[in-house]
Write a protein that binds this ligand. Structure first.
Ligand SMILES: NC(=O)c1ccc[n+]([C@@H]2O[C@H](COP(=O)([O-])OP(=O)(O)OC[C@H]3O[C@@H](n4cnc5c(N)ncnc54)[C@H](OP(=O)(O)O)[C@@H]3O)[C@@H](O)[C@H]2O)c1
Length: 323
């Protein structure tokens, strides 16, 4: 889309970096928001193909409306990929700035955790689709705060679209693995590193729905560019339990210590989800094996799997204790 300007919030993040790469390769002009313009946080973005001509970085905080409005002004589309803390206020600021700039479509990244945690309000055994919302009362009761934030901000975004006429679509990715573009390790990559290296924390067994970061970037662009896309889109194709994922890793990578099965404790498995709505728009994805192989190869090369003398033991990412 040569010449079309779009804004990506949190441009230096794991999923956002791949989306920025994809959009630049398709000729978009990009406004990327980052909280810190220092070289270490953004240098990987500046090195991407076409970045010199078509990527403009804005120092902006989601909680500061004026900085977001400045980044979104002049854009036809917005991709919103913020994390936990500023969930609702941050989303509202982006949507208001998008309305003020008269953008054509806003793509909000939600999560599978806004879909799957509903043990009572969904028919038992029925595959979960976009009509299923996680039950925030239940999540609060079990102190599962990340899904609460994702449900509230996704609902607020869709409701804002209904009330104002702004075209808002959402994507609900599963657990995202795949190579990293940015120099720091994000929470979902830490999940896989923890399973391979082992560590002192326990991990709940659970059915995870895994998706490749490169396929998430494709899905975000697809729902931005497809006029028929509307509402929510589950993007969570590969279903596997933590136990089976650990078995897969142990058989493929016997050199790594891997978490022991004693450290996995049981919990109920929610019913699977379907990504059919997205596939009907033309989305396809890599196999789980390819994603795991590419992630492990990348982590080896980046030396994320090495034990460093004197470093504290590998920990399970705290974010996942909130799911
Ligand atoms: N990774 C997964 O497995 C997964 C699965 C499902 C859904 N998601 C969703 O996908 C989105 C991106 O996730 P990710 O894994 O790519 O996360 P990530 O690498 O941690 O990136 C999060 C981004 O949000 C930015 N951010 C946080 N607070 C901000 C604020 N107040 N103002 C401006 N920017 C702020 C961060 O910027 P700084 O660099 O300045 O901190 C960072 O660029 C999130 O909405 C997440 O909930 C992720």
């Amino acid at each position: 889309m040569a010449g079309v300007s779009v804004c990506v919030t949190g441009a230096g993040g794991y999923i956002a970096s791949w989306l920025v790469k994809l959009l630049l390769s398709r000729g978009y002009n990009l406004h990327g928001t980052v909280r810190d313009l220092s070289d270490t946080k953004t240098s990987h973005l500046k090195r991407l193909q076409n970045a010199a001509e078509n990527l403009r970085l804005f120092k902006a905080d989601l909680l500061d409306y004026d900085t977001m409005a400045a980044a979104i002004a002049g854009c036809q589309g917005v991709f919103h990929l913020q994390m936990l803390a500023p969930a609702v206020t941050g989303t509202t600021n982006v949507l208001k700035a998008a309305s003020a700039a008269k953008v054509q479509r806003v793509v909000v990244v939600s999560s599978m955790v806004a879909v799957e945690i509903n043990p009572k309000g969904w028919p038992e055994g029925k595959v979960r689709d976009e009509n299923c919302w996680s039950d925030t009362e239940f999540c609060r009761k079990i102190k599962s705060w990340y899904p609460v934030a994702k449900v509230i901000s996704e609902k607020a975004a869709l409701e804002y679209g209904r009330q104002t006429g702004l075209d808002v679509v959402t994507l609900n990715p599963g657990l995202v693995f795949g190579p990293l573009l940015q120099p720091t390790v994000n929470a979902s990559s830490q999940f896989l590193i923890y399973l391979l290296k082992g560590g002192p924390d326990g991990v709940r067994d659970k059915l995870w729905h895994i998706v490749d970061v490169r396929d998430v970037a494709d899905a975000l662009l697809l729902i931005y560019e497809s006029p028929e896309a509307s509402g929510r889109h589950i993007c969570a194709p590969h279903v596997i339990s933590v136990r089976d994922l650990l078995d897969l890793l142990k058989s493929k990578y016997p050199d790594y210590t891997c978490l022991t099965k004693d450290a996995i404790y049981n919990m109920d498995h929610p019913a699977p989800m379907t990504s059919d709505k997205l596939k009907k728009l033309g989305w396809s994805c890599r196999t789980l094996e390819e994603t795991i192989e590419d992630t492990v190869q990348f982590c080896r090369g980046a030396r994320f799997l090495e034990d460093v003398d004197g470093a504290p033991p590998c920990r399970f990412p705290p974010l996942f204790n909130m799911i």
